[in-house]
Design a protein. Structure first.
Length: 200
């Protein structure tokens, strides 16, 4: 499962059996926000870990702890129409750093991705512009060999390492999903490796 905790996006495994429901250890992006929002986010993620059962009635979902105390109440939301894959400028918000961690894009850098109708992609990898071909089949997605300009950027610190990681991740792409204004790219094991938001 995945979602937004208010500031950061989070993800975890879950197990359900009848009305029993438990979540695995949640991972999340590492963005900072207003103090009150960060406190709320911490409480929310803690309550998820205490979940033992659930009930769903109509548009409401309630999560309970082992004593039957209500922890969280959700209301079903109508998801926004998904943005189109092509013609949208997608801005990277988080990525898998290769150490089993989802990290946010370095502040002061911008990584973008745009798909055209002719099977090509282009964008900025944070320092250099890049381009490649792509193919889709349903939700399957693969990129061709990536070309890029050869500039070097020493600020912000870590820009070039982030760029290298991003381009390598594109090469491991195997699928994608769009929910509203969010594009996620998965590898062959269906693990999310890149998360983008449609630029305004």
């Amino acid at each position: 499962m995945a979602g937004s905790a208010g500031v950061n996006r989070y993800f975890a495994s879950y197990e359900a059996d009848g009305d029993a429901l438990t979540f695995g250890v949640a991972g999340s992006t590492m963005m900072a926000g207003p103090e009150e929002a960060m406190i709320q986010e911490g409480i929310y993620l803690k309550l998820l870990n205490e979940t033992a059962t659930f009930s769903g009635v109509g548009d409401d979902l309630k999560l309970f702890d082992a004593d039957g105390t209500v922890l969280l109440v959700f209301k079903m939301a109508v998801p926004p129409a998904p943005e189109p894959l092509t013609g949208t400028t997608w801005e990277l918000t988080s990525y898998n750093n290769g150490n089993e961690a989802i990290v946010s894009v370095i502040a002061g850098t911008e990584i973008t991705l745009t798909f055209d109708e002719e099977g090509g992609i282009a964008g900025s990898a944070g320092c250099n512009n890049y381009f490649a071909s792509y193919e889709t089949d349903g939700n399957a997605l693969i990129f061709g060999m990536i070309g890029a300009t050869k500039m070097f950027c020493d600020e912000p610190e870590g820009t070039m390492a982030q760029e290298s990681t991003y381009l390598k991740l594109l090469n491991t792409a195997a699928g994608y999903q769009i929910e509203g204004d969010t594009l996620t790219v998965q590898d062959s094991s269906e693990k999310i490796i890149l998360t983008f938001t449609a630029a305004e």
